[in-house]
Design a protein around this ligand. Structure first.
Ligand code: ADP
Ligand code: ADP
Ligand code: MG
Length: 702
């Protein structure tokens, strides 16, 4: 076994690899960029080497620096994590040439699976079922269109070199094909430096089910069952679980064997994932979604037709089609660890050092059910716009470290994998994922309850996150009933976006209770000393101005003679009773009880409770006296990033909501829309420019 390895990554995956290495008495070397000088992954490794500037191309992608760091520290092997260099065959080859072990598959296997089109050609030969489509090397637009017409609409154009949900365009009809192809190729060349595409049948409501495979250098292979990653936004995974609901033993074995065949076909070694698009079993007379053919089909598990107003039953597993193979450890690997008890990083290290696979297929078992939620710095209510900022509060639920992968032996059913600590900053340079929350239960229902509790106990202040959104998704009837497909978030939109879990009255009551408690601590309880209180008819009254979901709101508090408090918010009024306790503040108002923790950031109060988390801003009127209102006509960048394109030029008349520009930040594209009708006066940047948050992009006269 290795004595020392270098981890060529950052964030949670670098930390996670380091923990297993430590357990196996292997020393670790971290590498870091300027932005990560004080990052958690640096502190959990035994040594660290600075490799350059904050942008990935200046540090985590500079493989000559990384190889030099390995030599300088005496590391024998390099673990690439995921992303960055993990699927770069030149890097894998460069490691081998430098006498270092690349902890991953051989360069030839990465190359074979690197391009989606080529890998599909290979899989076709290996007899693995494919998503129907065109994956040939002739890239003439006329031929591609002809192929799309043959496949039948809707089709999906995919950048062959694509990844991370980028470089894909769905096309509804033949007239739209040329424009979609051109735009897909543009994105592919800028993002991946290669504009080759393939065309696939676009399945309407498929599931994404993937198989974890493992190979060793002796030619042994196993599959560690499946993960369902159907819950996606922008073709990126949001919740992942194992095993896949509705999976039968027979289907599991078929998919597992197909995945092993795929791995074997490229002489795969190490951990890999074969991703499949899976159809639901449809009623006998229905049309197969993926192939467009009528099938007699195997016996039906679910007889409800898909779509329409009919409530569908839990999803089933139908025909499956190879999509791509990811030649690395996957973000969602912990759900597999949770149900199998295998530490996949340990297996990677053993296999890379030449040992055989620790277990044979027949020794692998599924224990219970696991779900992972990706906690990201983003704003789900604003099209998942990535957020940056400082984790002023970062509280996790009671959880285990990933040290013991097997939940059933540790008894702790919640695991948090993260690469940040309270006080750390989420910078614009890297992925927006803050942490992964993994729960385990004997049944899916049990895991779901744990997930909801754990999300409720996850408190983050300082930047927008999707924590509350994840709770809504987990509680949605589709997810709760395991009615899974890639359209779930879209379908359940009405209960996922722009929701308010507490309501104004309780949010205001919590904010006021917290304010009174902290005043008591600092100023004493005397309401007459308050600068914004006043007296009328012998009782003291106090008015609070709030902003709640962008709307002004107010509340009035009355201090009664007997020391009791009366609160009036909107139509509700009544006594306000509160006390601080172990679990937070116990609040009673207007017939509701709530246990809440309130954190103040600036003027914003962040209220966390079992019912949900919300934000309310108490406006200190005295502090704002004399301020003018925000200027209109300025349009600023909502986050730091790169300008991709402007959709308007000087003199254009624009309408509210119209697209003005497209920005790219944290590996995603975002549309900047006009806040009001007007005329473009000035365009202040050019495509390709890097802008900081708040930079003025355009001037618009209104
Ligand atoms: P999956 O592993 O299921 O395919 P993703 O595609 O979302 O999930 O995850 C892989 C992606 O994560 C990479 O392609 C990259 O964009 C991003 N990534 C790379 N490095 C890191 C990192 N250190 N922390 C978080 N995300 C990263
Ligand atoms: P990436 O390399 O970005 O992960 P994938 O080929 O794995 O690209 O596709 C990402 C996601 O897009 C899938 O998980 C699935 O939800 C969706 N998708 C891909 N191909 C199809 C298809 N042919 N029909 C419907 N959805 C698809
Ligand atoms: Mg994929």
């Amino acid at each position: 076994m290795f004595k020392k390895i270098l981890i060529a990554n950052r964030g949670e995956i670098a930390c996670r690899v380091a923990v297993t290495a430590r357990r196996m008495a292997i020393k670790t070397v971290a590498v870091y960029s300027d932005a990560d000088a004080n990052a958690k992954h640096v502190s959990v490794c035994d040594e660290a080497v600075h490799i350059g500037g904050s942008a990935p191309k200046d540090s985590y992608l500079r493989w000559e620096k990384i190889i030099a760091a390995a030599h300088a520290t005496g590391a024998q092997a390099i673990h690439p994590g995921y992303g960055f260099l993990s699927e770069n065959e030149e890097f894998a080859q460069a490691c081998a040439d430098a006498g270092l072990v690349f902890i991953g598959p051989p360069a030839s296997a990465i190359k074979a699976m690197g391009l989606k089109a080529e890998s599909k050609r290979l899989m076709e030969k290996a007899g693995v079922p494919l998503v129907p489509g065109y994956h040939g090397s002739d890239q003439s637009p006329a031929l591609l269109k002809q192929e799309a017409d043959r496949i039948g609409y809707p089709v999906l154009i995919k950048a062959s070199a694509g990844g991370g949900g980028k470089g894909m365009r769905a096309v509804e009809k033949t007239e739209d094909f040329d424009a979609a192809l051109a735009s897909c190729k543009r994105e592919a060349i800028t993002s991946f430096g290669d504009d080759a595409v393939l065309v696939e049948k676009y399945a309407q409501r498929p599931r994404h089910i993937e198989i974890q495979v493992f190979g060793d250098s002796l030619g042994n292979y196993v599959y560690l069952f499946e993960r369902d990653c159907s819950v996606q936004r922008r073709h990126q995974k949001v919740l992942e679980e194992a095993p896949a609901p509705g999976m039968t033993e027979a289907m599991r074995q078929q998919m597992g064997e197909a995945a092993v065949a795929a791995a074997r076909a490229v002489n795969y070694v190490g951990a890999g994932t074969v991703e499949f698009i899976v159809e639901q079993h449809l009623p006998e007379d229905a049309t197969s979604e993926v192939t467009g053919e009528r099938r007699a089909g195997p016996p039906q598990a679910s007889s409800a037709p898909s779509g329409g107003s009919v409530v569908r039953e839990a999803t089933s597993v139908g025909a499956f089609y190879f999509m791509e193979m990811n030649t690395r450890l996957q973000v969602e690997h912990p759900v597999t660890e949770a149900i199998t008890g295998v530490d996949l990083v340990e297996w990677q290290l053993r296999v890379a050092s030449g040992e055989p696979l620790p277990l044979r297929q027949e020794q692998l078992r599924i224990d219970g059910h696991a779900i992972e939620a990706r906690i990201c710095a983003e704003n789900p209510d604003n099209d998942f716009l990535p957020a940056t900022g400082t984790l002023q509060v970062y509280q996790k639920p009671a959880c285990s470290n990933f040290e013991r992968a097997n939940f059933s032996t540790t008894g702790v059913a919640v695991r948090v994998d993260d690469g940040v600590r309270e006080g750390d900053t989420i910078s614009p340079f890297y992925d927006s994922m803050v942490a992964k929350l993994i729960v385990h239960g004997q049944t899916r229902e049990e895991a779901l309850v744990r997930l909801d509790d754990a999300l409720a106990q996850t408190r983050i202040v300082g930047l927008n996150t999707n924590v509350q959104f994840l709770r809504y998704v987990a509680r949605s009837s589709s997810f709760a009933q395991a009615n899974l497909d890639t359209a779930l978030i879209q379908r359940e939109g009405a209960v996922l976006f722009k929701q308010e879990p507490l309501g104004l009255a309780m949010a205001a009551a919590a904010a006021i209770a917290q304010a009174l408690l902290s005043e008591k601590a600092t100023e004493g309880a005397d309401p007459f000393s308050l600068r914004d209180g006043w007296q009328s008819h012998g009782v003291t009254r106090r008015r609070f101005e709030f902003e709640f979901h962008g709307e002004p709101a107010h509340a009035e508090l009355t201090y009664l003679h007997d020391g009791a408090l009366r609160l009036e918010v909107g139509k509700l009024s009544g006594p306000l009773v509160f006390s601080s306790g172990e679990q937070g503040m116990a609040i009673e108002f207007a017939g509701q009880r709530l246990t809440a923790a309130v954190y103040r950031q600036g003027e914003g109060d962040h209220v966390f409770s079992a019912r949900g988390a919300t934000q309310i801003t108490a406006i200190d009127l005295l502090a704002h006296a004399g301020e003018s209102h925000a200027e209109t006509g300025r349009l600023t960048a909502p986050m730091p990033g790169k300008l991709v394109s402007f959709a308007v030029k000087v003199g254009d008349r624009v309408q509210k909501g119209q697209t003005l520009a497209v920005m790219e930040a944290m590996k995603m594209e975002h549309t900047i829309a006009a806040p009001a009708d007007g005329v473009v006066q000035e365009v202040l940047y050019a495509p390709g420019d890097q802008v900081t948050e708040g930079s003025e992009l355009l001037k618009i006269s209104v």
